[in-house]
Write a protein that binds this ligand. Structure first.
Ligand code: 2P0
Length: 323
């Protein structure tokens, strides 16, 4: 056993994942399509140590609850036959828990580091499965560029894994993240989707609508058709939020600056800029831009009332070992 460090980029879904067919195995009710980011990343070191009684987590330098990572490490202990507990040190290059997909890059980096630390040598599909068991969206961050996550149909979930659609370099879109609130989000994705599943009258309509969006988005990615991808991605985000808004009590992830950014993105597009928006389970707005247009979009969103920070990222590679 050896210490190992891995990195993984956050990912942003263009066709959203919102709801599960099995909560215990974290199996999604429908597929999703995402882009993996280069510049918003998690770096994680897993150190199996003989003198530890329990797994320990340091998040951005501070001791944190290891509750969600212990089951992940338990699976690597079972696969390797090595029972050592681990010190896990992880840091994000962006605000944790603010709707910027830190669980996606976090669990992807964790399983890749653990795979090396425990010498399990899993292939990418099995790493994606292990990441999914930590957090559904993490299955996608194993891969770079444009990625599709399958809902699968097996009860054991072995077919609910991600696969790459197109490398980042083949269509180097740019992403601008407008941060409208730096604190942690009020309702976690897991709790928000559970509430939507159990109470929203629009949940089944949302799930039923996803396969057609996946077909359209997949074709748009392969054809590099930005106009079609913009239409399907904005519609997917708005439908996901509509299903959450109709939960009991309704989930309102947006603040006034969120809405102002959506209008600003549409105004930019009407004026000829290649850009579309998406919003996850938080108040931040992600603007996806044609190559070369990110700087202009970042300048405009930085001027929107209530935007506290703007981050820019290129698309990037999948998760990998650093040392
Ligand atoms: C997505 N989100 O497709 C969607 C859109 C948030 C909104 O995947 O319960 O943190 O751990 O599987 O992965 C966030 O969900 O939820 C997410 P769990 P996760 O990116």
């Amino acid at each position: 056993m050896q210490a190992a460090t891995a990195r993984a980029g956050a990912n942003i879904a263009l066709v959203k994942y919102w709801g599960k067919r099995d909560a215990r195995l974290n199996l999604p009710a429908a597929g999703s399509i995402s882009i993996t980011l280069a510049d918003l990343e998690t770096r994680t070191t897993v150190s199996p140590l003989p003198d530890l009684a329990d797994d320990e987590l340091l998040l951005d330098g501070q001791p944190a609850s290891a509750g969600r990572i212990v089951p992940v490490l338990d699976r690597f202990r079972a696969l390797s036959g090595c029972d050592l507990r681990c010190r896990v040190e992880t840091s994000n290059s962006f605000p944790t828990g603010a709707g910027l997909a830190s669980s996606a890059s976090g669990f992807a980096a964790l399983v890749v580091a653990a795979d090396t630390a425990f010498g399990t040598g899993l292939d990418l599909a099995r790493l994606s499965e292990q990441a999914r068991l930590g957090s559904g969206s993490a299955a996608r961050s194993i891969f770079g560029g444009f990625v599709e996550m399958a809902a699968g149909c097996r009860v054991d979930g072995h077919d609910a894994v991600a696969h790459p659609l197109l490398e980042a370099a083949e269509w180097p879109l740019e992403v601008v993240v407008a941060i409208t609130e730096a604190g942690p989000k009020s309702v976690s994705s897991t709790n928000g989707m559970n509430l939507t599943m159990s109470t929203s009258p629009y949940y089944s309509a949302w799930v039923d609508s996803v396969p057609a969006d996946l077909d359209r988005a997949r074709r748009a990615v392969v054809a590099k058709d930005f106009g079609v991808l913009a239409e399907v991605a904005e519609a997917s985000a708005l439908k996901m939020h509509a299903s959450a808004l109709a939960a009991q009590p309704g989930l309102i992830y947006w603040n006034p600056a969120t809405v102002a950014c959506l209008h600003a993105v549409r105004a930019l597009r009407d004026a000829g800029t290649g850009v579309f928006f998406t919003v996850d389970a938080g108040p931040q707005v992600k603007a996806v831009c044609l190559p070369g247009q990110g700087a202009r979009v970042a300048d405009r969103l930085a001027d929107v009332d209530g935007v506290v920070q703007v981050m820019e990222s290129r698309l990037g590679a999948g998760a990998g070992v650093l040392a």
